[in-house]
Design a protein around this ligand. Structure first.
Ligand SMILES: NC(=O)C1=CN([C@@H]2O[C@H](COP(=O)(O)OP(=O)(O)OC[C@H]3O[C@@H](n4cnc5c(N)ncnc54)[C@H](OP(=O)(O)O)[C@@H]3O)[C@@H](O)[C@H]2O)C=CC1
Ligand SMILES: CC(C)(CO)C(=O)C(=O)O
Length: 339
């Protein structure tokens, strides 16, 4: 017998918001996280969601992977992309035989998950709302933004409709799509721009706006969207990111897209990306290998050079390793490769 609860594996910024909203709406939810104080807070005083979108506190059943028991049919994975494999090692003993995993993450994690459990047990998901884990039991919900769910083969299934209805509790405009890979690749392009903003201490908007370093953002987006094309994917846009403008290297279209993304991110209480927070606040490794390194590898497999993405990867590694400090100089340093 499997447990009817929705298992949220990784109850940080994204997983925490999903779980709190689902539970408040009356759905059975079970949270899992490796941070013991956070698990204790969710069980006792509750998970506090704060910020401009909504404020509420939700007490939630929660466990660490070590104390969890039972099998679950519906699992939402929301750990950082470089923790996907380790989290799968821990969660698979709890996945029911007829169960499936939804990846509420950035990157192409659905490939990793599908390789472990099969594409038929993997549901695709794209999230672009902004959130920060502040401390045990406290999450900032910075802004609403695009969300999409889809089966990896584009089909419409009862479980897709069920998950779409659940995510619509959090984001009423969530989309049920037959092209989830298009959204995931669109986010790979936007994600590359976010990594570039994290080379600097500036907010996402302040880092992206200046004319002199726009060629860096233009080139990163173009490399990523040309890779999507090489993979046979039709990338999709959202919240200002315009994949076609980047793919075709249309300077006017890219400028409009950057202006729109800057305006979108001026409205969030989450001023800096998750990458910035990993580097500057949490002082830990980022998802760069799992998000940008993967793109460089995909480029190599197609014989497509990705000099800007490769340099971005190196610079983020240098910051992680303490060899360089976050600075707008690092964007300047990328300009010659991107012009
Ligand atoms: N935050 C945001 O605004 C957005 C994030 N995303 C993506 O969503 C994904 C999740 O990010 P986010 O919620 O910000 O990350 P967080 O770090 O806030 O949350 C992840 C949580 O999972 C925990 N964790 C790590 N490994 C395991 C494990 N093996 N088992 C259980 N729990 C584990 C982490 O602990 P610890 O901290 O100790 O590692 C942390 O508490 C990422 O891919 C991110 O890029 C996408 C859109 C927006
Ligand atoms: C900025 C954001 C929230 C997308 O809007 C993101 O995906 C991140 O922080 O990595």
């Amino acid at each position: 017998m499997s447990d009817d609860a929705i298992l949220i594996w990784g109850a940080g910024a994204i997983g925490g918001i999903l779980g709190a909203y689902f539970a408040r709406a009356g759905h059975p939810v079970h949270m899992v996280d490796i941070v013991e104080d956070h698990v204790a807070a969710m069980q006792t005083t509750g998970l506090h969601i704060e910020g401009p979108v909504e404020e509420f506190t939700q007490i939630l059943p929660a466990d660490t992977p070590a104390t969890l028991t039972g099998k679950f049919r519906r699992v939402i994975l929301a750990v950082k992309a470089h923790h996907t494999d380790a989290a799968l090692d821990m969660l698979l003993p709890h996945l029911a035989d007829d169960g499936y995993v939804v990846s509420a993450q950035n990157g192409l994690n659905e490939r990793t998950i599908a390789a472990r459990i099969g594409a038929d047990r993997t549901l695709g998901c794209f999230v672009n709302f902004g959130a920060d884990w502040l401390e045990p039991g406290r999450i900032l919900y910075g802004n609403r933004a695009a969300v999409a769910l889809g089966e990896l083969d584009g089909s419409d299934t009862p479980r897709l409709r069920e998950m779409h209805a659940l995510f619509s509790i959090v984001e009423p405009d969530a989309v049920k799509t037959d092209n989830i890979w298009g959204y995931l690749w669109g986010k790979c392009g936007y994600g590359a721009l976010l990594f570039a903003t994290a080379l600097t201490p500036a907010s996402m908007s302040d880092a992206m706006e200046p004319a002199k370093t726009r060629p860096v953002f233009a080139k990163l987006g173009t490399e990523a969207m040309q890779l999507a094309q090489a993979e046979g994917i039709r990338p999709l846009g959202f919240n200002g990111f315009d994949p076609d403008a980047f793919r075709t290297n249309d300077a006017a279209g890219i400028n409009i897209a950057i202006d729109t993304m800057v305006a979108h991110n001026r409205k969030t209480a989450k001023t800096h990306s998750g990458i910035y927070r990993d580097l500057a606040v949490r002082k830990r490794k980022t998802e760069v290998d799992a998000q940008i390194g993967v793109l460089v590898d995909i480029g190599r497999s197609h014989g497509v050079a990705t000099p800007a993405l490769a340099l971005l990867c190196d610079l983020i590694h240098d910051i992680e390793d303490g060899k360089r400090a976050q600075s707008t100089d690092l964007l300047d340093l990328m300009v010659p490769v991107c012009s």
